[in-house]
Structures are given as structure tokens and as C-alpha cells.
Design a protein around this ligand. Structure first.
Ligand SMILES: Nc1ncnc2c1ncn2[C@@H]1O[C@H](COP(=O)(O)OP(=O)(O)O)[C@@H](O)[C@H]1O
Ligand SMILES: [Mg+2]
Length: 390
């Protein structure tokens, strides 16, 4: 690889601050085993995570989340850039020489050992004495609500309980940072929701920085202090769950985190007087009779009902506007009684509800020595963009 690791001067300049973790232009390319095409898994990621944060890396499968986590843990060496823990450059250090622990999706518990011995294991490796080990493992099992389960084997426990054993085993080493890679992925929905609450409470109790990888936006929004949204090896947006949901800065974020409508630049110009693409959440849109008078601060567009979808707590209607744009609006559970497919309707929303968005970052999947490929048609773009060169 021709890329160089960031210079020492760059790193020390950033390292004076006291973030728990800093990623400085972190990059990872993989040479595919078949063919000679390099995959850019992580594309110059810059990120700072504060002490005690519950920070989520959110993105679709293949967007680079696990690779970032593995570089923080030291299981993967970056192609370029640096990883700093507590301001110290650990990029070249072995995993055991970093103050981090990882909880894997499959828990990786030792099946032949009791729960107590599983949790004690890391302390034993570090040479902590037997009595001290027993005490600390016992305390940790209490704090993950598994006091009294120490003598069981992992096979005698439910998925959620095993997940908490894995958590206790990682936390007992008192790492500065705990890395969690889709740890709830193997659980069914109900248990997953319960564990979301528990994980957040446990993190609050122990005060350790958590970095949590997930492709589930609900999970990321419900637990995190902040979220980084990944797409094609890059971060599209970093912010609080509210920022990400209410003020997405790219169409990709708007669509990946919840459902959103994208108003093209030309439609935005016509409706809002601003010639840039905007996103608009379905729940901000009112579905009303075409003749309804609007509120002072409302914007509207007329169209016809294209389709309806019953979703339980809420329902959705698809409306095709006169210019062909399709918008989705949420209506209350009985809202579907008022409309039928083909009905003319008016959609109205507060003037300030739409959020201006920039284009999503284009994907990078190229060896630097190769000629540029044509644009990837699978990238999500607003339906009509003013020009290709912005
Ligand atoms: N060991 C590897 N060898 C080759 N390609 C890899 C390897 N690990 C990951 N990748 C590729 O890197 C990209 C990012 O993968 P990953 O970090 O696992 O994504 P995520 O965790 O977001 O699903 C994907 O295109 C994946 O196929
Ligand atoms: Mg992954």
C-alpha cells in the first residue's frame, strides 16, 4: 500500500485534548482475495469520543463499522491514520496493550467454565489473586443483575443472560473503553428492547465509555449520547440522537435513520423558495381535504392518494403530487378511515419542518492507482439534483 501513516506531529497536536478516543484520518483498505481490486473499508475517518459517552457507530452492513472497532481494539492494523486512547497514540500497540475490551456478537464465552469462572478469567490472566478475583467477579455479576448465577454454565442460560455474562466478563477488567459489536443482534425483539434499557443503565452505573456498533437505528437512537452514521466507509454525520433524527444533513442519513421524504431542489424552490434539496419527516405532514385553508405558517402541496399502509400504532399514506413526486405522510391509526386510493388530498406542513440536506458522500471503492470508475448508480441521491458537479 502506498498510503503513509499520519505523521507524529499531526497526532501529538490533536492528542493534547482529553477525549477517551480519537481517530485521526483512520483508513483501512483490504486487498480482495479474488481479483486485484482494493476495497476501501474505512475512508479517512476523523472522530472524537468523550469520556463516559455511550457512542454508537450506526450504518448499513458493509459500511465499515466493525473494521473501525477492530482498529480501535488493535485486531486490525490501519492502512493509514492513527488511534489515540486518552490522548496517547496506540496505533501500533497489540490488543492486550490497550485499555479496551470487546464484547462480540456471539459472546465467545467458555462453555466448559461456570459463569463465575468466565467472568474471573481476565483477572486470572492478569495474575489477580483468587479471593480478589472472586470478589470482583461477584460484584460485576451483581451489577449486570446476575447475582446468584455464578455456578451455572453458559449453556444453562438464556440469550439475554449470556449476553450479560459477556458484558460482566469484559467490564470486570475495568477497561477505559468497552467496544460492543452488535451485541444484541442474536436476541429476539422483545429481549433486545429490554436489554437496550439494561445496557444503558449498566453503562450509567459503571461510567465506562461504550462504543456500540449497530445497524439498527432504533437501538442507536434509544441508547446513545451521540451517534456517528456510516456510509461506504465514511461518516456522514455525527450528533445526538435528536440531531440525527430531526436535523439530518444528508439524504442518506434522513433515509437510514427513520423514514424521510426528499424534496428535490426544484420542488423545494417551488414550495419553500430555496433551491436546495430538503428532507421532511412523514409525521410532520398533515393530510387534509384539498379545499382546506392553511395556517399562516404552513406550506402545502396537492396530490392524490397512491397507496395506504396500516402499521398498527400509526398508518402511512403515499401521496403522488401533481409534479409526480411521491411523499409519505403518517396518519393516526384511524386516519385511514378518511381516505381511499385515488382521492385528491392536500398535504400541509409547518414551513420550518423541512431540513436542507447536502449530497451524501460518494462511495470510494478504488485502488488509488486505478483510473476512476463511472459513478456508482446505487448511491442514494435526491431524486432531482441541480447538477452533477456540486
Ligand atoms: N478481512 C477482510 N478482507 C476483505 N474485505 C473485508 C475484510 N473485512 C471487511 N472487509 C470489507 O470491508 C467493508 C467493511 O466491512 P465491515 O467493517 O465489516 O462493515 P460493517 O461492520 O459495517 O458491516 C466491507 O466491504 C467488507 O466486505
Ligand atoms: Mg459489522
Amino acid at each position: 500500500m502506498s498510503e503513509s501513516v499520519a505523521t507524529t506531529t499531526d497526532i501529538t497536536a490533536v492528542g493534547r485534548r482529553t477525549s477517551a478516543i480519537q481517530l485521526v484520518r483512520l483508513r483501512k483498505t483490504f486487498q480482495a482475495s479474488v481479483g486485484d481490486r482494493a476495497v476501501v473499508a474505512v475512508d479517512d475517518v476523523d472522530l472524537e469520543i468523550g469520556q463516559g459517552e455511550f457512542f454508537s457507530l450506526l450504518g448499513p452492513s458493509g459500511s465499515g463499522k466493525t473494521t473501525v472497532l477492530r482498529m480501535i481494539a488493535g485486531f486490525e492494523l490501519p492502512t493509514g491514520g492513527a488511534v489515540l486512547l486518552d490522548g496517547v497514540d496506540v496505533t501500533q500497540r497489540a490488543p492486550y496493550d490497550r485499555d479496551v475490551n470487546t464484547v462480540f456478537q456471539d459472546y465467545a464465552l467458555f462453555p466448559h467454565m461456570t459463569v463465575q469462572r468466565n467472568v474471573e478469567y481476565g483477572l486470572k490472566v492478569k495474575g489477580v489473586g483468587k479471593a480478589e478475583r472472586r470478589r470482583r467477579a461477584g460484584e460485576m455479576l451483581e451489577s449486570v443483575r446476575l447475582g446468584g448465577f455464578g455456578t451455572r454454565k453458559p449453556t444453562e442460560m438464556s440469550g439475554g443472560q449470556r449476553q450479560r455474562v459477556a458484558l460482566a466478563r469484559a467490564l470486570v477488567n475495568q477497561p477505559k473503553v468497552l467496544l460492543l459489536d452488535e451485541p444484541l443482534g442474536a436476541l429476539d425483539l422483545k429481549l433486545r428492547e429490554e436489554m437496550q434499557g439494561e445496557l444503558k443503565a449498566i453503562q450509567h452505573d459503571v461510567g465506562i465509555t461504550f462504543i456500540f456498533v449497530t445497524h439498527d437505528q432504533g437501538e442507536a437512537l434509544s441508547m446513545s449520547s451521540r451517534v456517528a452514521v456510516f456510509n461506504n466507509g465514511r461518516i456522514e454525520q455525527v450528533g445526538t440522537p435528536r440531531d440525527i433524527y430531526e436535523r439530518p444533513t444528508t439524504p442518506f442519513v434522513a433515509n437510514f435513520v427513520g423514514t424521510s421524504n426528499v424534496l428535490s431542489a426544484s420542488l423545494s424552490l417551488r414550495l419553500l423558495g430555496v433551491g436546495a434539496p430538503h428532507t421532511l419527516r412523514p409525521e410532520r405532514i398533515r393530510v387534509i381535504e384539498p379545499s382546506t385553508i392553511l395556517g399562516d405558517d404552513e406550506v402545502s402541496a396537492d396530490g392524490r392518494i397512491d397507496d395506504t399502509q396500516y402499521l398498527g400504532a400509526e398508518s402511512r399514506v403515499r401521496v403522488r403530487l401533481d409534479d409526480g413526486t411521491v411523499l409519505i405522510a403518517s396518519v393516526g391509526s384511524d386516519g385511514l378511515d378518511m381516505v381511499a386510493i385515488g382521492d385528491p388530498v392536500r398535504l400541509a406542513w409547518p414551513r420550518r419542518a423541512p431540513t436542507a440536506v447536502a449530497e451524501s458522500a460518494p462511495p470510494v471503492d478504488l485502488d488509488p492507482d486505478r483510473p476512476p470508475a463511472p459513478p456508482n448508480p446505487s448511491v442514494q441521491r435526491p431524486s432531482s439534483q441541480q447538477g452533477e458537479n456540486q
